[in-house]
Design a protein around this ligand. Structure first.
Ligand code: ATP
Ligand code: MG
Length: 268
């Protein structure tokens, strides 16, 4: 079945995130804070990819983590399938967290080094009780590993025994195994060799088509974001300075900061 591109899966409404950077040494009162994200709103639709691009420190990861429930916003709201996550029952909140998964920059540090790849990929299934027993969970693990282009025998290896590209594929399998509707990819290829980067990006694209998954695709590289995304948000110092259809933003940028990002991408 085709993805319904009008269906809003995730909605971020006017969020702001403040971090305390200086506290009183005795009272703990906040003396100084910074706003890492300001006035940020966007929608993620079924089967669509939303790219977030900006320089280091512009607030991309903070935005992604708030959208997926890993961090709490200071102000503003997150809606999953039309429901405010702060007004959800425990079951609804658990469903939201299961349906919004993450892939990070460094796949090796996102895996527990003391457990095999098979164990790492099976953990979410066991935690969320999506399989009856370990045997059934391991069957799912083998299926998922093959789906992301790995030989299922890799499940007996430890993260330190496989390559970065293989480990990122395993991290994708771990995200997919709980059957999510959205995957937040935070710089998923920045730590990989250029030749491996293209393989991983194409795998993500193929999975998106097959499974109707939506992505929030975060990168400092406007070329990568453009390749992966239908729409783009450009962030600078915590704010969205430009947004629009990916190709349109790249060909016809309106904001000076976006122009600077594009120019520096072509000079490098
Ligand atoms: N836990 C924290 N405490 C204080 N400040 C923080 C914290 N996390 C992030 N920041 C600050 O918030 C701002 C945004 O950080 P964020 O990690 O979201 O940026 P980013 O765009 O993902 O950068 P990068 O491309 O380097 O990953 C930065 O100024 C950062 O220093
Ligand atoms: Mg980041």
């Amino acid at each position: 079945m085709e993805a319904n591109k009008n269906e809003i899966i995730l909605e971020v409404k006017n969020i702001r995130k403040e971090y305390a950077i200086k506290k009183h040494f005795l009272t703990g009162r906040v003396l100084e804070k910074i706003a890492a994200v300001k006035n940020t709103s966007f929608e993620v639709r079924e089967g669509m990819a939303l790219g977030i691009v900006g320089e280091s420190g512009s607030g991309k990861s903070t935005t992604g983590e708030i959208a997926g429930g890993l961090q709490r916003q200071t102000y503003g709201s997150i809606f999953y399938c039309g429901k405010n996550i702060d007004e959800m029952s425990d079951y609804e909140y658990q469903e939201y967290r299961r349906n919004v998964q993450f892939i990070f920059q460094d796949p090796k540090s996102s895996m527990d080094p003391n457990y095999t790849i098979g164990d790492n990929v099976s953990f979410p299934v066991l935690t969320l009780k999506l399989a009856k027993n370990k045997n059934e969970a391991y069957k799912l693990v083998s299926e998922m590993l093959e789906r992301v282009g790995l030989n299922e025998k890799i499940k007996n290896k430890y993260p330190s025994e496989i390559s970065g590209g293989q480990c990122q594929r395993a991290a994708i399998a771990r995200a997919l195994i709980v059957n999510p509707r959205v995957i937040i990819c935070d710089e998923p290829v920045s730590a990989l060799d250029v030749s491996i980067q293209a393989q991983i990006l194409n795998l993500l694209k193929q999975l998106q088509k097959e499974l109707k998954i939506s992505y929030i695709f975060i990168s400092h590289d406007i070329g990568v974001v453009n390749y992966m995304s239908d729409t783009i948000l450009v962030m600078n110092r915590g704010s969205i300075v430009e947004s629009g259809e990916a190709r349109e933003v790249l060909i016809n940028p309106q904001n000076e900061y976006t122009k600077k990002l594009i120019n520096s991408a072509f000079i490098n």
